[in-house]
Design a protein around this ligand. Structure first.
Ligand code: MIC
Length: 652
């Protein structure tokens, strides 16, 4: 008997262009909408220019300016103007600086249940909150989707998480996703779509679901989906968009490949300790530690409710005088509503520092904490140094825990404050402010638009085809869970260089080994490799983490296992991701060894292990890859841009 279909399967089937719906097989998906943000969007627009695209072919593409907001010099400002001109040129919606954070804005303004969304940001998955198939990817993949190409991904296993019960007071959606991270760690979601279902959904609003879906990225999941139900209808109605509501729920008797249950009534306030989102313990276990900063905001807690609850907790009280209480509103619209309802006044009066709507300190764009001092943040990631302070101590928490701790100056479980749990809900009919979104120009006008490029905006480096033989040194040997923040840091110093690969490459692996860029540069023509452990490249989708090392000579990475987006980014920029046939061999290669890989073209095309000679150690190690036939051709061409160019030429 055929089993009922779950929401994830329905979404995949309705977008399937090619491939078998069997976990692990490569499938091609039709993309309806795209999302780009400024830190990754400039490369995407340069890629569209390189492809000679006339106009995007999606149903809707939107570009947000939310990351690079500090303007210490001309670079970020130039990027904003470049993006505005590119939106006018290519037919993309433009959301300017100060309008707000891409993921919640996109969900509220453009998100549609049943549609697919591809975004050049790992947290694009947040829109799964309203029944979208929303996936984060590297910028090149998004550029292709904007050009009308399908997106290729391995068919994930569908992981059904049944929610029962109701969250207790002082516990909110952030604690649910922290509970998932406590149970499964930062690679627990690899190769999976997480689908939440069950009676516990009833009390979770669309923005609560956004919190949970957003940090599915921290589990390494391909996507997270929720059904489109009455809560979704209500959220669209609140944005004057009820007409866009479509019901999308699982069939009766729907089944899943993997099963899990969370009883919401048993979840307690949780906290992720430095420096991984999966170092989760109950807040009570670390209560009393002195803090320097409490921080509310980011795409991981973006709802009106998240700010309103913090405001209600501190209302009429004063924060501790050691604490920097940073409030980062999600959007112009949410800020207006918080002002109208008196919440901003309550926050300010209690001692909060109010910042502009945007990502801000979440990626180290300001608000860096003091050395070795504890910063409690509602953001999605706490990788070491990401805050901008090298010796940071960032803990991930709910808005309740952040606000309670701001008052006491120590890590505090709100339940011990001795005050009643305030009620704070999304307003049924908020003020809707969409005036700052700029609609695409009609095509006749768009054709005349010239891209406005400041001096820091450089064209992409040209990559040559992949070599048949590698005789190269191992320049780095890294551990498990290396993040793209380790590979190519963000922060106010480095983010302004996102449009300039030559400049940004000087920061590659800086947090791990600052000598790498100079050593690597010497191998630009001859090449080098890197050895890594499990879950290599977790975190952000920034393709700079693949392109900058490639520019410096990286040709292959040997790892025990790769994170999805970074692995694809490596291939798209002509770097071969190899895995150890026997994970124990990881221990046998040493930094500084010379290795050789021969006859690679034939070996990569053949489905058999490849022999790697480590001639410093006199050993042979078997490695393999799991590239699809399409990815093999992309790699051999030197990456996705030369591959597409070749395809376009042969089509012409
Ligand atoms: C992040 O949260 O790490 C970022 C900054 O949003 C990135 C994108 C980027 O590096 O520009 C992401 O999540 O993909």
């Amino acid at each position: 008997m055929e089993r009922g279909r779950n929401v994830a399967t329905k979404l995949i089937e309705s977008h399937l262009v090619a491939g078998l719906l069997e976990p692990g097989h490569e499938i091609a998906l039709q993309i309806d909408q795209t999302l780009t943000q400024d830190a990754t969007g400039t490369l995407v627009m340069l890629e569209l220019e390189a492809m000679g695209l006339e106009r995007v072919r999606t149903e809707l593409s939107a570009q947000y300016v939310d990351h690079n907001l500090l303007q210490e010099d001309f670079k970020n400002a130039d990027d904003h103007l470049f993006l505005r001109s590119a939106c006018r040129r290519f037919g993309v919606w433009y959301s300017p600086a100060g309008n707000g954070v891409s993921h919640p804005l996109h969900q509220e303004r453009f998100g549609k249940p049943g549609k697919s969304l591809l975004g050049s940001d790992s947290h694009t998955c947040a829109a799964g909150a309203i029944g979208m198939l929303a996936i984060g990817a590297g910028g090149l993949e998004v550029a292709l989707a904007m050009a009308g190409e399908p997106f290729h991904v391995r068919m994930p296993a569908i992981w059904g998480v049944r929610l029962v019960g109701e969250l207790p007071d002082w516990v909110s959606a952030k604690d649910v996703i922290l509970e998932m991270l406590r149970r499964h760690g930062v690679s627990g979601g690899l190769g999976r779509i997480i689908e939440y279902y069950g009676p516990g959904l009833r009390t979770l609003t669309a923005m609560d679901r956004h919190v949970i879906a957003n940090m599915g990225a921290e589990l390494g999941a391909t996507a997270t989906v929720f059904p489109s139900d009455e809560q979704v209808r209500r959220s669209l109605r609140a944005q004057d968009r009820e007409a866009d509501f479509v019901e999308l729920v699982a069939d009766d008797g729907a089944d899943y490949d993997v099963h899990e249950t969370i009883d919401l009534s048993t979840v307690e306030p949780l906290i992720a300790l430095p420096s991984s989102p999966s170092n989760v313990v109950p807040v009570r276990e670390v209560a009393g530690r002195e803090i320097y900063q409490a921080y509310v905001g980011s795409s991981a807690n973006p709802g009106y409710r998240d700010f309103a609850i913090a405001a209600e907790i501190v209302k009429g009280r004063r924060i501790h005088d050691r604490v920097s209480f940073d409030v980062n509103p999600t959007s112009r619209q949410i800020l207006e509503n918080l002002i109208a309802d008196g919440h901003v006044a309550a926050l300010l009066h209690a001692g909060a520092r109010l910042h502009q709507a945007g990502c801000n300190g979440c990626i180290g764009m300001g608000q860096a904490p003091a050395t070795d001092r504890i910063s409690l943040r509602t953001v999605p990631r706490n990788f070491a140094g990401r805050s901008g302070t090298r010796e940071d101590q960032v803990y991930l928490v709910s808005p309740e825990t952040a606000a309670a701790s701001a008052l006491t100056g120590t890590i505090t479980d709100g339940r011990t404050l001795g005050i009643p749990y305030p009620r704070a809900r999304e307003p049924e009919q908020p003020r809707v402010d969409v005036d700052m979104f700029v609609a695409p120009l009609p095509i006749e006008q768009a054709r005349k638009v010239r891209l406005e490029k400041g001096p820091n905006i450089q064209t992409l480096p040209v990559l040559e085809p992949f070599a048949d033989t590698l005789d190269v040194p191992v320049l780095l040997r890294l551990g498990d869970d290396v993040s793209t923040d380790d590979i190519l840091p963000a922060g106010a110093r480095v983010l302004p260089l996102r449009s300039n690969i030559e400049q940004i490459s000087r920061f590659a692996f800086e947090p791990i080994d600052p000598t790498y860029p100079a050593r690597a540069r010497q191998t630009r023509d001859t090449g080098h490799v890197i050895v890594a452990g499990r879950n290599y490249g977790q975190g952000s989708s920034r393709e700079h983490a693949a392109l900058a090392p490639r520019y410096l000579g990286l040709r292959a990475v040997l790892a025990i296992r790769f994170a999805r987006i970074h692995r694809d980014n490596l291939i798209n920029f002509g770097v071969l991701p190899l895995t150890f046939e026997n994970p124990d061999d990881y221990e046998r290669i040493v930094q500084g060894d010379f290795i050789s890989l021969d006859g690679l073209h034939a070996a990569i095309r053949a489905p058999r292990p490849i022999e790697l000679e480590d001639y410093t150690r006199g050993i042979t190690i078997r490695v393999g890859h799991d590239l699809s036939p399409r990815q093999v051709e992309i790699l051999l061409a030197g990456g996705l841009i030369p591959f597409m160019r070749r395809r376009l030429v042969s089509a012409a």
